[in-house]
Design a protein around this ligand. Structure first.
Ligand code: NAP
Length: 457
């Protein structure tokens, strides 16, 4: 069965679910379409209230929702509570601001006529989502589309089926109308069939670039709007004037939070030559403070990877990186024959463009470190990547850091703070990290019909 909840800490099978039947899919499409048609004659006010009720549901039952994250994909319980909190924040943001983003806009400069645009719903959006943030990735699509009047069908990652079900139950508990949101356990052929259906007008995917290419191709074949939020090989730059203790602490957090399974995690550390030795020595000490354990134990500071398969894949990739010429500065290869999906953090150096693994996203606690001479070398290294998601720069001279940030080819950069997303700020990538933007007003426009109307009095 492809939808199985297995606790990655102890490999216990918790629950399994059958794939959706043809009838399940047809019902979801019929109900979703009815929700869309009904939303045309409503204002967003009632949906704002229902979205607030969804936020309340997650907030009031935070522990229940958080524990499912820990048991399905291994998230530390503290970080799981933070994810539930962030999920609530996204819902509240669109409940408060969504309607104002889709108010008609006028264009007074159009000569001798009046012109305005309406933001209208288009139908059903299919959300194909990853396991690393099982609620917030879904909420980023659901909250704006619900306010707009689009229905959402979710195809979640196979390893977090209980989180997918929990999201649907939360919508039900919040009093949402049937059809507004539906979780379906789809296989890949069923994903293609759902995209092909004329009632579906958009597909949002967050995941690897491989999944992105397949699903975007399907969206292209059926001429459906799409947004792709894909992987990255983000740089974490430490300039010579950086506050080193702060940069060290946040560098470790950037690579080890969520066991390193974050799209915008720091993956390549570019450190100024003057401070390289000092930074590396402190980073090793900081990495050593992280303790692997049961994600439900409050004392654990390093989570296991999301599954045994993820552990085996990362071990193989790391072996290939080393075989390609990289050297291990810290840590050791994890013994995958031991029970559980834990992974020992590593720091590698000597990654060169001729390494066959150069630019491969290592989705786990494996950092690569580079000694860099100046801004030009930083920019050359950072931009020598097919990815273009995020990045971070640590420096005291903010003007310098901002100039450098503008030269790095990614969708977002943070300065003196770890990369994180905020409801108010657009989020997305360029190059192989995908296209489209989530959050902010962009998140509600992506699957809207921006309808222009012009007239003479
Ligand atoms: P994944 O293997 O690509 O899976 C993502 C989703 O796509 C899952 O629901 C998966 O279903 C589905 N999928 C995969 N191949 C498919 C296909 N051929 N047809 C239809 N659906 C398909 O990625 P993941 O391992 O879950 O997540 C990790 C990746 O997501 C990393 O690369 C990470 O950087 C990226 N990510 C990006 C962002 C962002 O905002 N840019 C945010 C979070 C994560 P199954 O589970 O059933 O295979």
């Amino acid at each position: 069965m492809s939808y199985q909840a297995v606790n990655p800490f102890n490999e216990t099978l918790i629950n399994e679910f059958s794939n959706a039947s043809t009838t399940d899919i047809e019902n979801a499409l019929t109900n979703g379409h009815e929700f869309y048609l009904a939303s045309k004659s409503q204002t967003p006010n009632q949906r704002e209230q229902l979205l607030t009720q969804l936020a309340d549901e997650f907030e009031n039952n935070s522990e229940h929702y958080a524990k499912l994250l820990s048991t399905n994909m291994g998230k530390l319980i503290g970080q799981a509570r933070t994810e539930v909190k962030n999920n609530v924040a996204i819902a509240r943001y669109y409940a408060k601001h969504g309607a104002e983003f889709i108010k008609p806009k006028t264009f007074p400069s159009v000569d001798k006529s009046n012109a305005y645009v309406l933001y209208q719903a288009t139908g059903i959006v299919l959300a194909v989502e990853p396991w690393n943030f099982p609620y917030t990735q879904v909420m980023r699509v659901v909250a704006p589309n619900f306010i707009l009047g689009n229905a959402v069908i979710l195809k979640h990652a196979g390893i977090v089926p209980e989180c997918a079900q929990a999201f649907e139950e939360a919508c039900h508990n919040a009093g949402w109308p049937v059809g507004a949101f539906k979780n379906l356990f789809l296989d890949y052929d069923q994903v293609d069939a759902v995209i092909a259906d004329p009632r579906v007008q958009g597909v949002a995917l967050t995941g690897s670039d491989g999944a992105g290419r397949t699903v975007a191709a399907s969206a292209g074949k059926y001429l459906k709007q799409s947004s792709m939020e894909l992987g990255g090989t983000d740089v974490f730059v430490v300039l010579a004037d950086a506050d080193i203790p702060r940069a060290v602490k946040e560098a470790a957090q950037a690579r080890l939070t969520n066991a390193g399974q974050v799209c915008t995690a720091g993956k390549r550390y570019l450190v100024a030559a003057d401070i390289y030795d000092e930074f590396l020595a402190q980073l090793k000490v900081e990495f050593a403070t992280y303790k692997l354990g049961d994600p439900l134990d409050e004392a654990t500071t390093l989570a296991p990877l999301s599954s045994k398969a993820a552990q085996k894949k990362l071990r193989e990739q790391t072996e290939q990186v080393i075989a390609g010429g990289a050297q291990v500065l810290y840590g050791e290869l994890t013994d995958t024959n031991q029970p559980g999906a834990g992974f020992t953090p590593m720091i590698l150096t000597g990654m060169t463009p001729d390494n066959p693994m150069y630019d491969t996203e290592l989705f786990g606690p494996v950092a690569q470190i580079y000694k860099v001479a100046d801004d030009d070398e930083i920019v050359a290294l950072a931009n020598n990547s097919e990815h273009g998601l995020g990045g971070a720069i640590y420096a005291t001279d903010i003007a310098h850091a901002r100039r450098l940030a503008s030269r790095i080819e990614t969708g977002q950069i943070s300065i003196n703070r770890r990369m994180a997303s905020h409801s108010e700020v657009p989020f997305g990538g360029i190059k192989d990290s995908g296209y489209g933007r989530e959050l902010s007003h962009y998140g509600i426009e992506v699957f809207a019909n921006v309808k222009a109307i012009t007239y003479n009095d």
